[in-house]
Design a protein around this ligand. Structure first.
Ligand SMILES: [Zn+2]
Length: 101
């Protein structure tokens, strides 16, 4: 039985849509507790996924979804800093593990 390798599917923590993980942006909490946008998708630590749209980030902010997903407490400064990173990544067309088509 030869099956094609399945793409890893992840759920956006804001809108709950599922998607190929390469289509989503990963936010990761590193071993030092610092939360960053993970451009490579390979950072160690607890991760959460978001669609690469500002509306999903804003939803996650409003609902504090990132706090829950990463089991941490982010203040507004943290969210603001992540939103800046997030916006830069979207603008440069980076999602997850790189360009898809
Ligand atoms: Zn989403």
């Amino acid at each position: 039985m030869s099956q094609q390798r399945k793409q890893p599917i992840r759920t956006c923590i804001a809108c709950r849509n599922t998607s190929d993980k390469r289509q989503l942006l990963r936010i990761v909490k590193g071993p030092d507790g610092r939360v960053e946008c993970d451009v490579t998708g390979k950072h160690a630590g607890r991760g959460a996924y978001l669609c690469p749209t500002m509306s999903c980030f804003e939803t996650a902010w409003k609902k504090r979804s990132l706090d829950r997903a990463l089991r941490t407490n982010l203040n507004n400064d943290d969210y603001q800093r992540l939103q800046d990173q997030f916006g830069t990544l979207i603008e440069s067309g980076v999602t997850g593990l790189g360009t898809v088509n």
